[in-house]
Design a protein around this ligand. Structure first.
Ligand SMILES: Nc1ncnc2c1ncn2[C@@H]1O[C@H](COP(=O)(O)OP(=O)(O)OP(=O)(O)O)[C@@H](O)[C@H]1O
Ligand SMILES: [Mg+2]
Length: 439
């Protein structure tokens, strides 16, 4: 109890600090919240208190001018706000949601999309803050975890700083806010994973994994939403300026992606990485489905393929001997499309000796890796997260669990079948949007 109170206090202090820097507009904040949450727990007295403190009656006042009692009340309001929003059920990300507004966006589309995006981001941000707050005191004190925490507070602050309703019409502001959000959160995964590794001895492994699983899923979803918004705005501009009729993208969703082209792109990238790291490039051969196209989110599939081909290339190179010369043997990729159930299947087959049973049992655990400690963090085995470059997560054992998280986001599946001593088959099953959703 005491620990929870102290961690709350740390969070409040953080928020107060950031509030002071930007002279938070509580008047708008409370209006904004009432509009979105419908029945949020802020009653009239509460919102009056906020207005009274920092609204029109006290323009120009900063939080530093408030006495302890008022500080405390505002802190409690913010705490309530976080808890309130964290409790709100968040609808699953679906293709239907992504295809609701298509480019070119009308002003009304843009306004509605802004409302939905900000509302969802608010819920995700508060859910993350609440989850960080529930971590034990030792975690909250960890500097790396603290950095992640402050970033989410910063995001909350910027989301709440939008003036309702005019701020939502202001496309430039929205673009600035969402681009800022993506920039801010570029390196949080690396920082947070470091923090959690530092506290893992003091905190049950299952709880850490549960926290990470939820955290990464929310983080991926938040980034997808922000990127989707920005892509739609950008596409609208291009369609209007260049008078384009047929646009292949709906935000982050590609209507007919040629899968083999993406595979080739990824293969080249992985080849560069293995060349730098091992001085070898393992060939990749598309044995089936060269011409297949499928509607999907290219950045997600690119991430997954990169991680899987990286693992296969590493297996080939590390088990290569002058006799078998496995580094020269191609990894085989087969692509199948099943139109009857709108499914794409990709099989990545390698001959790199398979996965030992003790490794197989743990390979989907966060931070589980057979990369030697000494080789980790050298930044050479770079890996990529859609929309960002994170050099040092490599060899940290985030590859497979993150791939699974990406696959499951849109009801896909990732299965691995390994024959120890021989090789590994990775099966990716993606479900696509319906024809109606793409129309
Ligand atoms: N195709 C494969 N062949 C042999 N072993 C594999 C294969 N794929 C995964 N593994 C094993 O599973 C472990 C976990 O894989 P994962 O991709 O999650 O982490 P990593 O590759 O070690 O690090 P990161 O992907 O974060 O750079 C690997 O360390 C490796 O031992
Ligand atoms: Mg990997």
């Amino acid at each position: 109890m005491l620990l929870a109170m102290r961690s709350n206090f740390l969070i409040h202090r953080q928020l107060l600090k950031s509030c002071c820097n930007r002279k938070f507009e509580f008047k708008f904040q409370s209006q904004f919240l009432r509009f979105y949450s419908g029945n949020n727990s802020l009653n009239n007295d509460d919102s009056n208190l906020m207005k009274g403190n920092l609204g029109s009656n006290s323009s120009g006042k900063s939080l530093d001018d408030l006495d302890f009692k008022k500080h405390h009340k505002i802190r409690s309001q913010i705490e309530l706000l976080i808890q309130d929003y964290a409790k709100k059920p968040i609808p699953k990300l679906t293709y239907q949601l992504l295809t609701e507004y298509k480019p070119p966006l009308t002003d009304n589309d843009n306004f509605m999309l802004s409302i939905k995006t900000i509302n969802l981001l608010l819920s995700y941000t508060c859910r993350r803050l609440n989850a960080l707050q529930q971590l034990p005191y030792i975690a909250v004190l960890n500097p790396n975890i603290e950095i992640s925490n402050s970033l989410y507070l910063k995001t909350l602050q910027s989301l709440l700083s939008i003036e309702y309703p005019y701020g939502l019409h202001n496309k430039e502001n929205m673009v600035k806010l969402l681009s800022g959000f993506l920039d801010d959160h570029q390196d949080t995964l690396e920082t947070l994973s470091r923090g959690l590794q530092e506290i893992i001895e003091f905190y049950p492994k299952e709880k850490t994994f549960k926290f990470l699983n939820e955290h990464l899923r929310d983080r991926i979803s938040m980034k997808l939403l922000a990127t989707h918004y920005l892509a739609l705005v950008d596409q609208t501009k291009k369609i209007e300026n260049e008078n384009l009729k047929d646009f292949k993208m709906v935000g982050i969703l590609h209507k007919e992606l040629k899968i083999s082209e993406l595979v080739k792109q990824v293969t080249e990238y992985v080849g560069d990485l293995t060349f730098v790291n091992y001085d070898r490039i393992v060939p990749v051969k598309i044995v089936q489905g060269e011409d297949i196209t499928f509607p999907c989110i290219p950045t997600n599939l690119e991430y997954i393929l990169t991680e899987v081909i990286k693992n296969s290339s590493r297996a080939h190179i590390e088990t290569s001997t002058p006799d078998n010369d496995l580094a020269e043997k191609p990894i085989e990729i087969a692509i199948f499309r099943h139109d009857y159930d709108n499914e794409l299947e990709i099989r990545i087959r390698d001959f790199g000796g398979g996965i030992a049973p003790q490794v197989e049992a743990n390979m989907f655990d966060y931070s589980y890796s057979t990369v030697e400690e000494s080789k980790k963090d050298n930044g050479v085995e770079a890996c990529m997260i859609p929309g960002e470059v994170i050099n040092n997560v490599c060899g940290m054992g985030f590859g497979l669990p993150l791939c699974r998280a990406y696959m499951e986001l849109f009801e896909g599946r990732l299965d691995i079948q390994s024959l120890y001593g021989w090789g590994t088959d990775v099966y990716l099953k993606l479900l696509g949007p319906t024809e109606n959703e793409l129309k």
